[in-house]
Design a protein around this ligand. Structure first.
Ligand SMILES: NC(=O)c1ccc[n+]([C@@H]2O[C@H](COP(=O)([O-])OP(=O)(O)OC[C@H]3O[C@@H](n4cnc5c(N)ncnc54)[C@H](OP(=O)(O)O)[C@@H]3O)[C@@H](O)[C@H]2O)c1
Length: 335
């Protein structure tokens, strides 16, 4: 059986794009004891993939030149020589940008709970939802009366953060790029208001919408948006550093916010986290998220691109803001 792949061909300096990847093809060999052959169905696209291709130390080793690009996937077991995995099982793992992958001993593979679709497993019930849930609720304590600002609000993580904060009774303001994203946040996702940072100064928007300042800032973006938010912190505010996508394609080190001393003046706390530290608490998260989702308290927007050829260009959508909601790509549906 032939397996088409996208491999990393060079390390990007600046914006990542299709030119940094090349097609590969390999023959899938017969399985040996303990191996599982999985057909990839859906791929997840995550800003952190930009960091994985840098030759720098991070929370995971860099993808090597010539290696299949790492990516979160949901697939279906085609054949299995490992106990616990049967043909037809839907499984989640880091299957990468390829049609098939072979897992040794089911390492890193987990079966999807019954009734959960591949899209949900990679989004609202997967690491996206987990990031939003524990990033917000473990690093802060949103409650009625609080004003919460969320950057990257119409993206995968931001949309869920804002809706959880609403469930907790807070007033939620989103920051997103463009009128359609801002309309969706307010009219469909239940945010109280949104700031279109591409058409309005974030500083002016915060002044207008947060007259009592910000109690919690959930930041997916960094850079100028972080700096603007730090100018409007309430006393004892929480600044949650989830990501800094504004700097991921920078060619020189990104300077820190020049108003960092506002944390001192407002007695505030700024803290980062990485979602993999919460993987062991998945059941705790699902116990809340499944009923929230099933009752319509949380809606989840997905942006699903199509086909193997579109894979490298789909990653770029995250950095141009073309994606609205969780960025996925469909290779095939389960059979
Ligand atoms: N700490 C963790 O464990 C963890 C886990 C998952 C994700 N993250 C981080 O969370 C953030 C969001 O990730 P996601 O998967 O949910 O992606 P996402 O928000 O669905 O997609 C990225 C969004 O970022 C916005 N963006 C891109 N470049 C920007 C810029 N220069 N300035 C402002 N906004 C920009 C775009 O929206 P607009 O159209 O609104 O600009 C784009 O849609 C990322 O920083 C990611 O690294 C962290």
């Amino acid at each position: 059986m032939k397996n088409q792949q996208w491999r990393l061909s060079s390390r990007p300096e600046g914006l990542i794009g299709p030119e940094h990847f090349e097609r590969g093809m390999e023959t899938v060999l017969d399985l040996t004891a303990g191996q599982v052959l999985v057909k990839n169905l859906y791929l997840s696209f995550d800003p952190t993939q930009r960091g994985w291709v840098n030759d720098t130390e991070s929370y995971m080793p860099p993808v090597a030149i010539g290696e299949v690009m790492r990516a979160g996937t949901v697939g279906q077991v085609v054949s299995s020589e490992a106990p616990g995995f049967s043909v037809g099982d839907l499984v989640q793992g880091l299957g990468g940008w390829q049609e098939y992958f072979v897992s040794d001993g089911g390492l890193g593979l987990s079966k999807l709970p019954a009734g959960i679709t591949p899209q949900q497993a990679l989004g609202v019930f997967g690491t996206t939802g987990l990031t939003a849930y524990f990033g917000l609720l473990d690093l802060s304590d949103p409650k009625p009366g609080d004003t919460i600002l969320v950057s990257g609000a119409a993206g995968a993580t931001g949309q869920v953060v804002g809706q959880i904060a609403k469930i907790k009774g807070a007033r939620v303001i989103g920051i997103a790029g463009g009128p359609e994203k801002c309309r969706w946040l307010v009219e469909e996702a239940g945010f109280d208001a949104a700031i279109d940072y591409k058409n309005e100064s974030v500083d002016a928007g915060i002044q207008r919408l947060c007259p009592n300042r910000i109690n919690i800032f959930f930041d997916n973006v960094g850079g100028d948006i972080l700096e603007a938010a730090l100018d409007h912190l309430a006393l004892n505010a929480r600044v949650i550093l989830c990501g800094g996508i504004a700097g991921y394609n920078a060619v020189t080190p990104v300077p820190g916010p020049k108003n960092i001393m506002n944390l001192v003046i407002t007695r505030s706390r700024m803290e980062g986290f990485i979602v993999i530290d919460y993987l062991s608490r998945m059941a705790e998260f699902l116990a809340d998220m499944v009923p929230w989702y099933q009752s319509g308290k949380i809606i989840h927007l997905e942006d699903v691109q199509e086909g193997f050829d579109a894979i490298p260009a789909t990653l770029q959508r995250l950095f141009s803001g073309q994606n609205q909601g969780k960025q996925l790509l469909r290779l095939a549906d389960p059979v």
